[in-house]
Design a protein around this ligand. Structure first.
Ligand code: AMP
Length: 400
């Protein structure tokens, strides 16, 4: 079956067409600036060049139509007609407590996703627009919703409750949800597979280190803790997000800078993390590594603070699971940035593992970084969220 995977933002739409038998990506692309002047589509057929062109897209339905045009284009396309698309998988950011796993989309599910919008006001409405647009352009094609939060729904109350009055949980569902669940699930599964073991017998710490970053504790196949919370702001220092901090800072800065609470939170989301810590050099770890190697002390400190926070979470999750068998690094930084991995390596020796500098030279490949015979296996496992969504979609939609 050919599965179209859609990741819809408020003005963008990313897509991949995946053949579920071979698991090959047949084509992929991105529609940008939807509903804004200067909208464009970038499309790439497997093995072909990336082609970007201007395209009129007044809304997401236009964008989905353009995606179908590209996929069926005589030159750049990979299918003859829309009817070859067997199912569509949608990445949905927030499933609240309602969704413990992926589901086939119907009116009820759409309503529930809409109800979760209060918890993810920037993402869920955009995800829903993506679903509606696809249903318009592809009526009758089965569609699945795959949630970023679902994998973490196995966290116990002691891990997901904040130390706040319980009434806020009861009234508003203020609790920790966690994100990147599709990736934590995929990587922990794959790590076990690489080691020839069942995930059900392993305690795995997954470090998803991308622009957004989170760590999870996966104990015998189930997420028992993760570093992101009610929103993706909690936990690690990220590209532009602060991660954990004293919540009193919000009120303090609001008063000092004459900002509202939501303006301070905006700073915490968009101008903080390694970008903020480096005094604005960059949120991109490649730029920071370059600045640090050129002697920039703020860039160096930003990277050290980043690695230190990851190290602390690894220690915390080893305690949470009363031990750890595997530590897996993934996503942009985790897969590619040897310097950051090496820096994190300083904090894991006490667990009985290490990062071998020779093995650590690799980029973007599955590799075991720890030495033979060490108590804990440390490894790199590239993530593939689109493939994970496609697999879930096929599981639900059946191989029709
Ligand atoms: P993601 O959000 O998973 O796409 O990750 C984005 C982050 O990964 C950026 O900060 C990049 O600097 C980092 N990254 C991606 N590729 C590389 C690379 N080849 N070397 C170092 N860092 C990389």
């Amino acid at each position: 079956m050919k599965v179209l995977v859609i990741n819809c933002g408020s003005s963008s739409l990313k897509y991949q067409l995946i053949d579920s038998e071979s698991e090959a990506v047949l084509a992929k692309g991105l529609c940008e600036r939807i509903g804004i002047d200067g909208s464009s589509v970038t499309h790439q057929k497997a093995g072909g060049p990336k082609k970007q062109e201007d395209a009129d897209m007044s809304d997401h339905t236009d964008a989905v139509k353009i995606v179908i045009e590209k996929l069926t284009d005589p030159e750049d396309g990979v299918i003859d007609s829309l009817s070859e698309i067997g199912a569509v998988g949608h990445r949905i950011v927030h499933g609240g407590e309602r969704f413990q796993g992926s589901v086939l989309i119907d009116e009820d599910v759409m309503e529930a996703i809409s109800e979760c919008s209060a918890l993810a006001p920037l993402h869920n409405p955009a995800n829903l627009i993506g679903i509606r647009s696809c249903r318009k352009v592809m009526p009758g094609v089965p569609m699945a919703a795959v949630f970023d939060t679902a994998f973490h729904q196995t966290m116990p109350p002691k891990a997901y409750l904040y130390g706040l009055p319980l009434e806020y949980y009861e009234k508003y569902k203020v609790r920790r949800y966690g994100f990147h669940g599709t990736s934590h699930d995929f990587v922990s599964r794959r790590a076990a597979q690489i080691l020839g073991k069942s995930r059900d017998e392993l305690r795995i710490i997954v470090c998803h280190l991308g622009n957004g970053a989170s760590v999870s504790a996966v104990r015998y196949g189930k997420s028992v803790d993760t570093s992101m919370g009610l929103t993706p702001l909690e936990g690690l220092i990220m590209g532009t997000r602060s991660g954990d901090m004293d919540p009193a800072i919000v009120g303090f800065l609001a008063e000092k800078e004459g900002m509202s609470a939501s303006q301070v939170i905006d700073v915490c989301n968009k101008r903080s993390g390694v970008l903020g810590l480096s005094g604005g050099i960059s949120s991109d770890f490649r730029d920071l590594a370059e600045a640090a190697s050129g002697g920039d002390e703020t860039a160096k400190t930003a990277l050290e603070a980043y690695a230190y926070r990851v190290g602390k979470y690894i220690g915390a999750y080893a305690a949470a699971m009363n031990g750890v068998d595997v530590i897996a690094f993934t996503a942009g930084v985790g897969e590619n940035n040897a310097e950051v991995r090496q820096m994190i390596g300083q904090y894991i020796g006490f667990l009985g593992t290490s990062i071998d500098p020779e093995k650590n030279r690799i980029r973007g490949e599955e590799v075991i970084l720890s030495a033979e015979g060490e108590k804990v296996v440390t490894m790199v496992v590239p993530t593939d969220e689109e493939l994970a969504i496609a697999r879930e979609t096929v599981r639900l939609a059946g191989n029709r």
